[in-house]
Structures are given as C-alpha cells and as structure tokens.
Design a protein. Structure first.
Ligand SMILES: [Zn+2]
Length: 238
C-alpha cells in the first residue's frame, strides 16, 4: 500500500543522483531505509540543508510498493554543528555513521538508533572528540548485540591479569593463565581505555590501541573494513 509515513531519522549517507536528486541512507527507530530527495541539489532546496549526514530529523516519507521512498518534508531535531566544522569530529562521526550504514542485520533497530543519536550528541559536545568516539563505538557494538566483556576473562571467568589476549570472536579478553587459547596480544592500557569508555570516562593512553581492536572487531562482524576508520585514525596520529 502506498502512503505517507512520519518518522525520526539520522542521515547516515547522502549520494548525488541524476536530475539534481539525492539519495539518502537513513537510520530510523524502525530500521534502515533509503529515500530520494527530489531536487535536493538545486540552490534553493530547503530540504537539502536539513538533510546533511549526521543530522537528526523528523521526515515525512512517501512510500510505494516496488519504488524507493521519497522525502516530502523534513524538520530538524538536532544538527550537531561541530560535527561539520571540527575535522576530527567530522571524521569520527563518519565512522559511527558508516557502521550503522553497512550493518546489514534486520534486527531490532530502536536501540542502535537511540545509541547513535546519543553518540553523535556526545561527539558534538565532548571537550575531547577522541574520548567520545571510543565510547560511541563501544555503545554501538553493544546495541547491535556484540557487546564486549571487559571485566572477566572470557576463558576462565577469572580476573583479567596480564598478559592479556584479545579474543575478537568471543568479544572479550583472556587472562595470562588462559594464554594458550591464542588471540591477539593486547596491553592492559587498551583494556583500561575500554573500561573507562564504557563508564563514560576519559580512555587515557590506551585509546588508540583500543580503537584499533574495535575496528578489527567491526571488520569481523561486518565482513569488510570500515572505509572511514583509516582516515579518522590518521587524523588522530597527526
Ligand atoms: Zn583466564
């Protein structure tokens, strides 16, 4: 049945089409969808200004069976100005948006939506973008059902004493006693960084290593590397 639907949405990606149209990838509380914005690239398009990546909007979609949805109206809920101005924040928000865009599962979508909006807000407001970035990725992993165990060894259930190994497939770390299991060598400061991020605190010196562990984890779950992560990491090193 065709008809109009109103929903909240985060703009994940925007792509130019022929005839001045633009195609958006949106994350809504009901799931991901694509929608066309007719005439978005014309100079006077009010919709185009509202529908930038990382914007949170209320949209009206016209949906027809067998055709792509069309955006017929939009109003702004949040625009997160610094996510368009500060280069590190631009790059880090791209990573969060890409994760939600390539995540192909059709599972419950309300939690990823809520977590993404909160992560973007934090990335916009946090004094240090890197802190908010790690927290956002960790939150999205949990929202998609891949939350990490950070407090107990995933081998023996005991305390996480070094030398630590990261167990990407299980989503956690093993302790020194379980080192025979294999896995990836990880420092105690990377674990500390993840624990701090999980509690909303500053990750400290293990931040970069923690992010690279998360990016490997996404790569495993999404079956492809995150295109935006490498650029964002290179900015952090600069
Ligand atoms: Zn153990």
């Amino acid at each position: 049945m065709s008809g109009y639907r109103e929903t909240q949405a985060v703009v994940l990606r925007s792509q130019d089409l022929r005839e001045a149209d633009r195609r958006l990838s949106l994350l809504t509380p009901q799931g991901r969808c694509q929608a066309r914005v007719p005439g978005a690239r014309k100079a006077k398009s009010r919709l185009a200004g509202l529908l930038q990546p990382a914007s949170v909007v209320q949209v009206t979609l016209y949906e027809r069976p067998g055709a792509q949805a069309v955006v017929t109206g939009a109003s702004q809920i949040a625009s997160f100005r610094r996510l368009h101005e500060d280069l590190v924040r631009v790059a880090a928000s791209q990573v969060l948006l890409e994760i939600c865009d390539v995540q192909s599962g059709e599972e419950e979508a309300l939690r990823p939506f809520t977590v993404l909006v909160e992560a973007l807000r934090l990335l916009d407001e946090a004094p240090d973008a890197a802190d908010a970035w790690l927290e956002g990725e960790l939150g999205l992993l949990a929202a998609y059902g891949w939350g990490l165990e950070l407090w107990r060894c995933v081998g023996c259930g005991g305390e996480l004493r070094p030398p630590l190994k990261y167990q990407m497939d299980i989503g956690g770390f093993t302790c020194g006693r379980c080192s025979g299991i294999g896995g990836m060598t990880a420092s105690a400061s990377a674990l500390e960084a993840l624990r701090a991020a999980a509690e909303g605190a500053a990750p400290g010196p293990g931040d970069a290593e923690a992010r690279s562990l998360l990016h490997l984890t996404w790569r495993g779950h999404l079956e492809a590397p995150l295109k935006s992560a490498e650029f964002a990491e290179s900015l952090m090193r600069a």
